[in-house]
Ligand binder design. Structure first.
Ligand code: PAF
Length: 281
């Protein structure tokens, strides 16, 4: 496995693989890889002849008061994870390799980006779509793999790929959890021991919601109240949002009569964590 830093090196490698008729899978990441990323890389290596992992903390998807500088980085550790999981190439560019100083192109997926995390992080999805479309153009993968923990991101990227005719299959992969239920996230590293315990409230509140839906509750506001009440029982938790939206368009659902995404964002101390599940009728 090789780590390269320039677009030219990636393109040279891809050209060689394409001449051999090999298929290519892409896993885009911001590094500090955990078992969630590992599962994406493993799946990509099962379904493609070669796997590229991009490791790039993308500045354009962070708002002015977000954690761009503090975002954890450990390329050596990431290289070990990638190699073990079956990656063939890591693309680890500097911001100057990815962005021209006078870049003037934006990628905006309207509608789907307006609610949920998009409402709280106004520049986020523009930055994600821009960088992901650049990675798609650089790597030209057959398939690209994204985690369902970032459910809105997955929906937005699927829409972007459809709308812009990228010839790439987008593969959504299940959320990977710690043994006690906390969804894996690079940001879990920010949590103190006490906060780490408190963070279990996200999964616990979602489990209560699941239970009430399985028992037949169809009023989205009642299900949201169940989640909010549980989250409020944890003193270190501060609700950012609790939403139940139609899975197909991410618009708020009121009566639950088709598949919905139940999504939450919660501050545990200063760390913002997200989690979700999809309920299918
Ligand atoms: O999900 C992430 O880690 C990032 O949003 C992504 C897709 C790598 C783009 O920077």
């Amino acid at each position: 496995m090789n780590t390269v830093h320039s677009i030219k090196e990636v393109r040279n490698e891809i050209k060689k693989w394409r001449k051999e008729g090999l298929t290519v899978g892409l896993v885009t990441t911001m590094g500090f890889l955990h078992e969630g990323h590992e599962s994406l890389i493993k799946r990509a290596s099962e379904e493609n002849d070669r796997v590229v992992v991009s490791i790039f903390v993308n500045p354009t998807q962070f708002g002015p008061n977000e954690d761009l500088e503090a975002y954890p980085r450990d390329i050596k550790r990431d290289e070990t994870v990638c190699e073990k999981a079956g990656a063939n190439l890591i693309f680890n560019p500097d911001p100057s390799e990815m962005y021209y100083d006078d870049a003037s192109t934006t990628v905006n997926v309207a509608g789907l980006t307006e609610g949920l995390c998009g409402a709280k992080r106004p520049v986020h999805f523009g930055g994600v779509c821009l960088v992901v479309s650049k990675f798609f153009n650089i790597v030209t993968p057959d398939r690209a793999y994204f985690g369902e923990k970032d459910a809105q991101q997955l929906a937005v990227i699927k829409r972007m790929v459809r709308d812009l005719n990228f010839d790439i299959e987008i593969v959504g992969c299940p959320i990977v959890r710690e043994s006690d239920g906390l969804a894996r996230s690079s940001r879990n590293i920010y949590l103190s021991n006490e906060e780490r315990k408190a963070a279990l409230i996200l999964n616990k509140s979602l489990n209560l919601a699941k239970q009430s839906l399985n028992e037949g509750e169809r009023d989205a506001n009642k299900v949201k109240d169940i989640i909010i009440e549980k989250l409020n029982s944890e003193s270190l938790a501060k609700v950012d949002y609790v939403e139940i939206v139609d899975s197909s368009n991410l618009k708020p659902a009121f009566n639950i009569n088709k598949p919905v995404l139940v999504a939450i964002a919660v501050y545990i101390g200063k760390t913002r964590l997200i989690d979700n599940f999809t309920f299918k009728m």
